[in-house]
Ligand binder design. Sequence first.
Ligand code: SF4
Ligand code: SF4
Length: 411
Amino acid sequence: MTLRQAEILERTLDCVHCGLCLSSCPTYRETGREPSSPRGRIYLFRGVAEGRIGLDADVASEAHLCLGCRACETACPSGVEYGRLLELVRADVADAGRRSGAVARFERLLLRRVVPHPRRLRALLGLLGLAQRLGLERLARRVSPAGLRHALDLLPQVPRGAQCQPLPARVPAQGERRGSVGFFVGCVMPHLFGDVNAATVRVLTANGFDVEVPPNQGCCGALHAHAGDETFAHELARKNVAALAGLDAVIVNSAGCGAALRDAAHWLPGVAESLAASIRDVSEFLAEVGLRAPRARLDLRVCYDDPCHLVHGQGVAAAPRELLRAIPGVTLVDHAEPGACCGAAGTYNLTQPAMSNAVLARKLDALEAAAPDVVATGNPGCLLQLRAGARSRGLDFRVEHPMALLDAAYA
Ligand code: SF4
Ligand code: SF4
């Protein structure tokens, strides 16, 4: 038994089969099948670790039908760390060659050769933006097979260059200075959500913090770890340990990145603990230090939607709501599915489109019933997924990062 398999076995033994997690699992809610539930998956993973069943295509398929949303972790009274367990199993699935096919190969190519390389990512997104402006994307949608058409439907409008300008290395605090923080920019965020990164820095400086943007930081490795590419995820984490060393607080505005940077303590024991301890989601940080009152009024009904990797991965739920409530004129409106996955889940919406759409439909039903002006959520994947969903259903709410709203309230 390898060390990884020993850890898988040990973690599966935490499960007492109570089933309290089942109703929170999106794939179980859709299928009603035990093997597609957290308890069923843990049972399968244990069977593999004990050598009772082989790591066959069925096990691999269940491991990848799971969204990795970690809602089961929040529901579990026995402390099963399902997210960590899933990462280990997916790494085993990849090593056993059980993840093959064109989609998996394309995903690996994109994740290894493009996503962590800012120039290549910028070039690819630049080409996409040009195609969108020339109307070629609409043409491609008309002539593409269904699978590719789904991927094209998810694509956001790529912003023009000005929105993607790199952030300065240091931005000074405004008003009375309260301290200094580092800012993690992410890999996709600067290219697709440069406005959100800039808004986040403005909100931090408006709250009295100098913001340092350390050079040489890079992709957090979350997508790689979710895809089972453990080696590459750890390589990326190692670079961030070096790039972000010595900062008391590293502020992150992408829930998936924040969870991965915190998980780096598991990935690189003895190496990444201090990085993991320095990570703060921006909403968590501002609630901790005390938000300076925003003055501008935004008369909006806002639904906050929890990104899975913030609420379940980092245990942050109250802070973003608290910040949004502090904006004059904002009415926070509840909806029926705030902590349920939206179906984005890294590259899941590309690799598992049918389940992703089914999960998204429940979320859109809940948001439609709440009828907000704005849906606020702090993760790029969720922003893209909910915007695409709202577009396809013709819903007229905007989907914004909470920092975009706070920034407007400081304007
Ligand atoms: S991570 Fe999400 S989809 Fe996977 S078993 Fe847990 S609740 Fe279900
Ligand atoms: S709630 Fe926890 S202990 Fe109970 S079945 Fe689910 S994972 Fe196992």
